[in-house]
Design a protein around this ligand. Sequence first.
Ligand code: OAD
Length: 288
Amino acid sequence: IKAQVPTFESIARGISKGEYKKIIIMCGAGISVASGIPDFRSPKTGLYANLEKYNLPYPEAIFDISYFAEKPEPFFTLARELYPGNFEPTPVHHFFKLLEKKNVLKRVYTQNIDTLERCAGVSENKIVEAHGSFATASCQNCGEEYKAIDIKSTIMSGKIPYCKYCEKGIVKPDITFFGEQLAQKFWWHESDFPKADLLIVMGTSLQVEPFCDLIKNVPQNCHRLLINNVEVAVNRSSGYRKKTDMGFKFNEKSNYRDAKKIGDCQKSIKELVELIGWNKEFKKLMKK
Ligand code: OAD
């Protein structure tokens, strides 16, 4: 018997019937666009297309640790715009909380640094902020740790926060820059992903390694659902694996487990919730 290739609708039915009990979410900037935070790579509206004012040698320099050591100003100018506290979680973030309440959320792996998963009430032990977040910060010289609130007023007033202990180092929010180690919690994936029974990938271009590689780490029989406004594939710069080993297989005969919903993720999530039959609870959660 050939298993049915899952669809958005069949996955909704599965969630409704309690067939998925260990759902892993992998998400990125696209889920926070509705709250007013631009994503990175969307042409025209994405952050990387709008960095002219910072005079960067290349867009990613704003998150590059060696560039930061020389010139921290562009990052802090941006940090002022993106600082947590100014944005509200979106329906997608509330959906994560609903999955947790229903006891079917294994973990949310987010690349986002905006802390909106926390703001939606998702428990800290259910969230892996793979690229760190603004929630904490540390001195680049002595390592002294700070909370977001400790450096907020300095950043907001357009100044660069220096360590009050060693008085030398810049206090940098604990966001993982290019050239830095990923957050320790990222390694939870080694035990999480082999246990997943549904993977939902949402609002990410899957361009940044090693995060994007995780989509292959779920079991062979685990369904994978992409919710994004464009189709995405994992493009490995190193190229030692074939692209087809990594990406979704929507259009291939060999696909037996990948489904997609292309369009605005907020709209798709509302549709998913409706199909599952969780509308009432969802609305209640969003009102809180
Ligand atoms: P990207 O900007 O690369 O990708 C966002 C994806 O979301 C794109 O495919 C968009 O088309 C899609 N998108 C945008 N709005 C959407 C919407 N309303 N509904 C559905 N899809 C939407 O952002 P990430 O994949 O998160 O690193 O980027 C990964 C990492 O690259 C970031 O964590 C950041 C960056 O350099 C660091 O900050 C260290």
